[in-house]
Ligand binder design. Structure first.
Ligand code: ZN
Ligand code: ZN
Length: 179
């Protein structure tokens, strides 16, 4: 008999969570006399989770997921995390806008301010990538909340040469620059 594929620990009882034919399930939720009900279905908003993503969610990470879709077929990007009860929370809010105090939302191309219409529309945006580097949720929070990334990030010139820079807000807090 082959070994079970363990991908993490149950958020409810702490037992191993294994990959089964239809879902990731707590080892105590399979078999004749289940004592735990935890099941993680590998589809979130019409997008399939990889084993690695399921494992990260069970480990308490917040993931930035592209390619989710509403039942009407509209594609969207959001963050996904698991709460203490094992429920997946889909939430596009990422941070607070340093320019206007609005909410920064995750999107397919950028993290942008929710105040994007009306007379006082806010143009603040943090692109998803700078010089070939894909920003993490942590990077975006650091830029919006601390004004600068904690670490230098590896980016690339057009000829392929790498360089390291931090991303920071301008003094006017209206855009992101490399420093
Ligand atoms: Zn369990
Ligand atoms: Zn704003």
């Amino acid at each position: 008999m082959d070994d079970l594929m363990i991908i993490g620990n149950c958020p409810i009882c702490g037992s191993p969570v294994v990959k089964t034919c239809k879902a990731y399930r707590c080892i105590k939720a399979v078999g004749q006399e289940p004592t735990c009900q935890f099941t993680l279905y590998p589809i979130v908003c019409n997008r399939k989770l990889s084993d690695a993503e399921a494992s990260s969610l069970l480990g308490g990470e917040t993931l930035l997921l592209d390619g989710m879709a509403t039942n009407e077929g509209k594609c969207f990007t959001s963050t996904v995390r698991m709460d203490d009860t094992g429920k997946l929370i889909v939430d596009a809010k990422v941070s607070i806008c340093p320019k206007c105090g609005g909410t920064i939302y995750a999107g397919a191309k950028a993290f942008s301010c929710g105040n994007h219409s009306g007379e006082n529309a806010c143009p603040f945006v943090v692109w998803r990538t700078y010089g070939g580097y894909s920003l993490t949720l942590k990077d975006v929070k650091e830029i919006c909340e601390n004004g600068v990334t904690a670490n230098e990030l590896t980016m690339y010139h057009e000829d392929g040469k790498p360089y390291s820079k931090r991303l920071a807000l301008t003094p006017e807090k209206d855009k992101v620059v490399r420093i």
